[in-house]
Design a protein around this ligand. Structure first.
Ligand code: GLU
Length: 377
């Protein structure tokens, strides 16, 4: 197993490390200074070995609760956003002082789902990260919980970390948590649970196993980590889940030691950066359902999506919006940028080119989603 890991960890240049709330907080609540010191010390050593490191850190809300002496998360959303505002600041203060002791500088980037949905802003995130790296500063990223809209939040930093890893074409994503990795059953309930060392294929069985395993503090749990492994895999990036409290966890991971769970990426599926943005950065504004013929054309033949294969349109979307493509039996098969409004697709769905030309003229006559703007999952 170690040799297999080493194969993927041979030429690392840039890594993203996500650390969850459960790793940053102590059992009594508040920031776990000991673990933060360990974590920042390990990152500093890695940086000294000339590796670029980008941190995605949770913990704002947990830190804010302690700072404000609150026992539990407020129910009112604006109050929770205020807690995050206080906690994010405190969290960065602690990061900054621990890294300072290791002669390292940090910079904060806070992003919302809406920021990643707009192409220019999405690229700005990347440019800022690269500029920070050029300045030898460690970027520390979190969701901007104080302004994010509840309905369209990332909600968990596992997904955000995978998106960032894809955006900056990282060579590895390390997810540090309060659990040793993915087990074949819930280790909190079953003593016989065994750690899965390597996952080659994130199939339904893996998702089922992950379904029941949560975390005490963060928003994620195992299921969001598996989702992020899928994003990484699709982007050609290996991912590891490991326990943040293991001694020298990151050094050992990078040496290819058999620790945590290692997710092997799909080798042949590296998608272009525009397609990564379409798939994971953009927020979908609606969906369409297609018949079997259209499914075969886009999934197996790499074709564009034509009006004739569309059987249903859902939502109210504009030309240029991101839409999800469902199969006739309701599987999400693709995502892409629509060339038409939902209203127009309703007019032309199920019709062939001749019928569309005859009834509506050339303006409504072309692909609904061009294959260059279509990501097939
Ligand atoms: N952004 C949240 C925070 O900083 C954490 C989200 C998560 O737990 O993944 O508190």
């Amino acid at each position: 197993m170690e040799n297999l890991r080493k194969k993927y960890l041979k030429k690392l240049k840039r890594i993203v490390v996500k650390i969850g709330s459960s790793s940053l907080t102590s059992s009594s609540g508040g920031l776990d200074m000991e673990n933060l010191q360990k974590f920042t010390g390990e990152i500093s050593k890695i940086k000294d070995e000339s590796l670029e490191v980008i941190i995605v850190s949770s913990g704002a809300i947990a830190a804010g609760l302690k700072y404000l002496n609150l026992e539990e998360k407020p129910k009112k959303y604006s109050m929770l956003q205020a807690v995050a505002a206080v906690g994010q600041h405190d969290l960065m203060r602690v990061y900054s002082s621990f890294f300072y002791k290791n002669c390292k500088k940090v910079g904060q980037i806070l992003v919302t789902r809406e920021d990643t949905s707009k192409r220019e802003q999405y690229l700005n995130i990347k440019n800022t990260i690269f500029s920070l790296l050029e300045l030898n500063v460690i970027p520390i990223i979190n969701e901007n919980d104080s302004v994010a809209l509840d309905e369209i939040k990332f909600g968990d930093n596992d997904t955000l970390a995978a998106l960032i890893a894809g955006l900056i074409e990282a060579d590895l994503l390390i997810i540090l948590s309060d659990i040793d990795g993915l087990f074949n059953k819930n280790p909190k309930l079953y003593e016989s649970a065994k750690l899965i060392s390597v996952v080659n294929n994130i199939n339904e069985e893996i998702e089922r196993i992950a379904g029941g395993i949560g975390s005490s503090y963060g928003s994620g749990g195992m299921i969001t980590k598996i989702r992020s492994a899928k994003i990484c895999s699709f982007s050609g990036i290996p991912m590891i889940i490991a326990n943040s409290r293991e001694p020298e966890v990151m050094q050992r991971i990078l040496k290819g030691k058999n620790i945590g769970t290692f997710f092997i990426p799909e080798a042949a599926r590296r998608i272009t950066s525009v397609k990564r943005w379409i798939a994971y950065g953009m927020i979908a504004k609606g969906s369409i359902k297609v018949d079997e013929g259209a499914e075969e054309a886009i999934v197996y033949k790499g074709r564009s999506l034509l009006p004739v294969g569309v059987i249903e349109v859902n939502g109210n979307f504009k030309k240029g919006d991101n839409i999800i493509v469902f199969s006739a039996d309701n599987r999400m098969i693709a995502k892409g940028i629509s060339n038409f409004t939902s209203e127009d697709i309703n007019k032309i769905k199920g019709k062939n080119e001749k019928e569309i030309l005859g009834n509506f003229g050339p303006d409504l006559c072309c692909e609904i989603i061009h294959r260059d703007s279509l990501v097939v999952f």
